[in-house]
Write a new protein. Structure first.
Length: 195
């Protein structure tokens, strides 16, 4: 008997994207975690940002480092650039929405820091953020969709892209959350040992 339940189809769609991501992203996720560990051990920080639901994922990412992930451990310096509504609205009013992250990166980003960019759709805002990070000699790690040609064109050899093989925003967000959780767990393991 064939199952026409739409919920089943949604779960299968998620599983398909997860499995495709597993096949293409396993090694690069590990490399990104190692880059983050090196950054943190060098007493640098990670700045993260995104637009819309990607900004919400950035909050999850930063809270997992600033507080804890699975187990108690010292807080780690990860700053979510999308959380300060006063700063965001002031920048938007004075210089435009495309500068909401670029201005903050120019102010607090330093050589050796990482910009962790979560994006399901490249925009002028994310492009400005990448350019500002490069101006500050930061490494960029981008977690987005496969069709991110605007972002790919800006990436330098030391930057890393985690491109999720889907064009469905919901499936991309689900895969982004899984990648965030993997990164948090891998960083914790490398810094503080196994659980």
């Amino acid at each position: 008997m064939e199952n026409d339940n739409p919920v089943t189809e949604l779960f299968h769609s998620n599983i398909d994207v997860t499995m495709q991501s597993l096949e293409t992203l396993t090694d690069i996720i590990s490399e990104c975690a190692t880059l983050m560990v090196q950054c943190l051990l060098s007493e640098n920080k990670i700045l993260c940002c995104g637009i819309g639901q990607s900004a919400a994922l950035g909050q999850i990412f930063s809270s997992n480092f600033l507080n804890r992930f699975q187990y108690e451990r010292p807080s780690l310096p990860v700053i979510n650039l999308s959380c300060d509504s006063s700063t965001l609205t002031a920048i938007t009013q004075d210089s435009g929405f495309q500068d909401i992250y670029a201005n903050q990166i120019r102010a607090i980003g330093q050589s050796g820091d990482i910009l962790f960019l979560i994006s399901d759709n490249p925009s002028a805002t994310t492009i400005q953020a990448i350019q500002s990070a490069h101006d500050r000699e930061m490494i960029v790690i981008s977690v987005g969709r496969t069709d991110n040609s605007n972002i790919s064109a800006l990436m330098l050899p030391e930057d890393m892209e985690l491109n999720i093989p889907s064009d469905n925003r919901a499936r991309i967000a689900e895969a982004q959350l899984l990648i965030i959780n993997c990164l948090c767990e891998l960083v914790d393991q490398q810094l503080f040992g196994g659980y």
